[in-house]
Structure formats: structure tokens, C-alpha cells
Design a protein around this ligand. Sequence first.
Ligand SMILES: [Zn+2]
Length: 146
Amino acid sequence: MPLETAGTFREWWLRMRAKLQRFMMGRYGVDQFSRFLNILVIVLLVVSLFVRNSLVYYVGVALLIYAYFRMFSRNHAKRYAENQRYLRLTAGFRGWYAKQKSYAQTRKTHHIYACPSCRQKIRIPKGKGRIAIRCPKCSTEFIKKS
Ligand SMILES: [Zn+2]
């Protein structure tokens, strides 16, 4: 690429970036609800490739337009309230998901045993051979291979 062309391209790029920054000024931008909508849009559009139902496609496109509308919106209070409602409605599921994820992480380094007498779950680090475990809840002792 000749140097002048590279220079022009850089100027053009800086101009475009400044334009975009001006355009985004005062606009709401991306939040958790937007991210959820974007994932939903991708899922719907992918599904629409496989099902002979154009409704899926139109709902996907409508949600995409809605997601962009929210991103470019200047009504921050209303968008913020929508996001809060989304977070409230999905709190249970997101908590459950986070728990599953941390459980999967723990399973890599620890065994999880249930106490034979009170069913209390006990986390034991892996690779320590046969060990005696004392239940922190009812003090029952039992032997397990870690
Ligand atoms: Zn116990």
C-alpha cells in the first residue's frame, strides 16, 4: 500500500471513529438485557435456517431492531428500568447457573461426599489417598479415598 493511501485511510478511519463517538454520545449503550437479546437473536436466526417457519425469522429480526433501538436510545431511565426488570426476572436462573458453574469448577480439584449419617455435603481435595473425614455438622467420622 503506498504511504499516501495509508495516510488517507488513517484519516478516514479517525474521522469515522469521531463520527461514531459523536453519534453514540448521550445514548444508552449495551447492558445485560441487550446481551441477552443479542444471544436470543442469534439463536432465533440460526433456528430459522432449519425450520420452515418464517415467523421465527421475523421475530429474530424484530428483536434485533429492538436491541439496536435500546442501544441507541437516549431515554436512560426507561432502559435502565427495563434492564433492572430483566435482572430481577432472571435472578433465580442466573444464580442457579453460577452455582452449577462453580460446582463444575470444584469437581476438578475436589471430591464432594455426603456424610453417611446427616447427608451434609463435604468438600475434600483430590489426591490425598485414604483419609478419615470428620463431618463438621454431626462429627461422624468416615473413611474415603480422596
Ligand atoms: Zn454428618
